[in-house]
Each structure stands twice: as structure tokens, then as C-alpha cells.
Write a protein that binds this ligand. Structure first.
Ligand code: HEM
Ligand SMILES: N[C@@H](CC(=O)c1ccccc1NC=O)C(=O)O
Length: 272
């Protein structure tokens, strides 16, 4: 309110606010002229559905940025043994991840024929080149350096971002620090599994650690749900055609469905 001029009365005839010249406005704060000028079609004449395709991807990347912000802070909270904060931030990530999967519904209102009007213009670009998507995988714990080599057309800054994600502690590394802080050995997988069974078996004592493990598992499950939803959408849109990024398409994407960030948290299930 401090920056706004409020003239007239609430509920009265005339309410006049936010109109002082040269001050912050809705559009200038949110940089809307810049933001709304970033949807440039490749098709010419313009294919009707290409705007939807670009918008969906830009919205994904904005949410990816937010997810990275939250996951980084959650990782740091774990390293500082602030378990409540780490879990709180992961819960926010879960709600964003559910939204990301639901967004597929919007894209699926596009038919394969309408996608076909501009798909040929997209090659060799593809979602495979989403740097933020790969950063989320690396930060979560799935660090596969071969993805950095296989990326084509990365800028120097993007390569540096991915290298940094490979070098820094993942969420799993931070969770192991939490287990260490709680007094457990974490130097081998057997020791970690043993610790997890003890945490699971004494929730009265290790409640916060257990809840954090559950929040990590939820993040893992929601990432798997997105992969599953994406590949079925791909089969609906392009069947068994190879991808614009040069992969086998749905076959490649199916090979990634078994990826899990935290296999030991899944293994634990068999012994509960
Ligand atoms: C018409 C809709 C879509 C189709 C047909 C499609 C198709 C594909 C295909 C075929 C691939 C394999 C790489 C290649 O192109 O060879 C791929 C990868 C990928 N796509 Fe999509 N995609 C669609 C929408 C999206 C959306 C909305 C996103 C959100 C950002 C997305 C993100 C990704 C990511 C991150 C990968 C890499 C996955 C990995 O390596 O595990 N895609 N997509
Ligand atoms: N790879 C998709 C094209 C595609 O979906 C795409 C193309 C450019 C930028 C992002 C994309 N989204 C996900 O892969 C295809 O083969 O049809």
C-alpha cells in the first residue's frame, strides 16, 4: 500500500489507486512487455497451435526455475540440519510437480495433424536439450555426466551450470548428512539401509527424519509420473516416429521410465 495512492472510499463510488506517474506498475514489476514478446513462431504462415506449444514450454521452464530454487534451498536446509524447512520446501515442489504433469492435458488438446503443421520446423531441437530439466535430475541425485557430453548446442554458461550441478551435493548427499547427524553410519549402502530401517521402526524418535525421507520419495514418485505421462503423450502425438532430437523417440523415453533418484528408499519398502 505504501506506494499506492488511494483516493475515494472503499465501497464508495470512486476508488482510484496505483495511478501515480513513474512508479512501479503491474506491468513494469512483472516485466510483461518483455515476457509477452518472447513467443516467436517458426512456422510461416503461422500454424494456429504453435503458440500453445511455445507457451506450454515456457511455462515449464519458469516452473523448472522455481523448482531448482526450492530444491537448492531444501538441500541447504538439510545440510544445516533444519529438517522442518527442508520438508516444507519439498512439499511446495510436490505441488508444482503435480501441476507440471497436469499441464500435459492442455497440450493434448492439440491433434497430431495440427502438430504436424509445424513439427518439421523444430528439428533438431527437442526437450532433450532442456538444461534446467537436467539440472533438476542432477540436483535430485541422478548425476549422469554423459548427458553433458551428449548435449548439442550448449552455451558456455549452460555447460558451466551443468558442471556445477555435477560437482555440488545432491539432495541425497544432504539426506545422508541428516542421517549422519542423527547418529547413523552412512559409508556403505548396507549401513544406509540399516539406518533407514531403524528410522522407519522408531518414528516416535526419528519422526522428522522419516517425514523427510517420505518427502524425497514423493519427489521421486512425481518425477516418475511426469516421465510416464510424457511418453504416453509422445505416443499419442508421433507414434513410433524418431524424435526431432535424433533419438528413437518413445523407445528412448520408455528406457528412462525405471529411473529412480533414491533406490534405497524404494528398497526399504520390501523390508517394512
Ligand atoms: C507434442 C508434445 C511433445 C512431444 C511429441 C515430445 C517428444 C519428445 C521426444 C520424441 C523426446 C526424445 C528426444 C528426441 O526428440 O529425440 C522428448 C524428450 C524430452 N521432452 Fe518432450 N515432447 C513433447 C512435449 C514436451 C513438453 C511439454 C516438455 C516440457 C518441458 C518436454 C520435455 C522433454 C524432456 C525434458 C525430454 C528429455 C527426456 C529425457 O532425456 O529423459 N516435452 N520429447
Ligand atoms: N521432440 C519432439 C518435438 C518437441 O516436442 C520439442 C521440440 C522443440 C522443443 C521442445 C520440444 N518438446 C519436447 O521434446 C518431437 O520429436 O516431435
Amino acid at each position: 500500500m505504501a506506494d499506492e495512492v488511494v483516493a475515494g472510499r472503499w465501497g464508495g463510488v470512486e476508488v482510484n489507486f496505483g495511478e501515480e506517474g513513474g512508479r512501479l506498475t503491474y506491468g513494469s514489476y512483472l516485466r510483461l512487455p518483455q515476457l509477452l514478446d518472447q513467443q516467436r513462431l517458426e512456422s510461416n504462415p503461422p500454424a494456429h497451435d504453435e503458440l500453445l506449444f511455445i507457451t506450454i514450454h515456457q511455462v515449464y521452464e519458469l516452473w523448472f526455475k522455481q523448482v531448482l530454487h526450492e530444491l537448492t534451498a531444501s538441500r541447504d536446509a538439510m545440510l544445516n540440519d533444519e529438517l522442518w524447512l527442508a520438508q516444507h520446501l519439498l512439499r511446495r515442489v510436490h505441488t508444482i510437480e503435480r501441476t507440471l504433469t497436469q499441464q500435459v492435458d492442455i497440450l493434448e488438446t492439440m491433434t497430431p495433424q495440427d502438430f504436424g503443421e509445424f513439427r518439421h520446423r523444430l528439428s533438431p531441437a527437442s526437450g532433450f536439450q532442456s538444461v534446467q530439466f537436467r539440472e533438476i535430475e542432477f540436483l535430485s541425485a541422478a548425476k549422469d555426466p554423459s548427458f553433458v557430453r551428449r548435449f548439442r548446442g550448449l552455451t558456455e554458461a549452460e555447460t558451466a551450470r551443468l558442471e556445477r550441478r555435477l560437482d555440488e551435493p545432491s539432495l541425497w548427499d544432504a539426506f545422508l548428512a541428516v542421517l549422519g547427524h542423527a547418529g547413523f553410519e552412512t559409508d556403505t549402502d548396507d549401513a544406509i539401509s540399516d539406518a533407514l530401517r531403524k528410522v522407519a521402526g522408531d518414528r516416535a524418535h526419528y519422526g522428522a527424519v522419516w517425514e523427510l525421507a517420505e518427502a524425497l520419495l514423493q519427489h521421486d514418485e512425481l518425477a516418475a509420473a511426469w516421465r510416464a505421462r510424457h511418453v504416453v503423450m509422445v505416443e499419442r502425438m508421433i507414434g513410433t516416429k524418431p524424435g526431432t532430437g535424433g533419438s528413437s523417440g518413445a523407445t528412448y523415453l520408455r528406457s528412462r521410465l525405471d529411473l529412480r533418484y533414491y533406490p534405497l528408499l524404494w528398497d526399504l519398502r520390501s523390508s517394512l
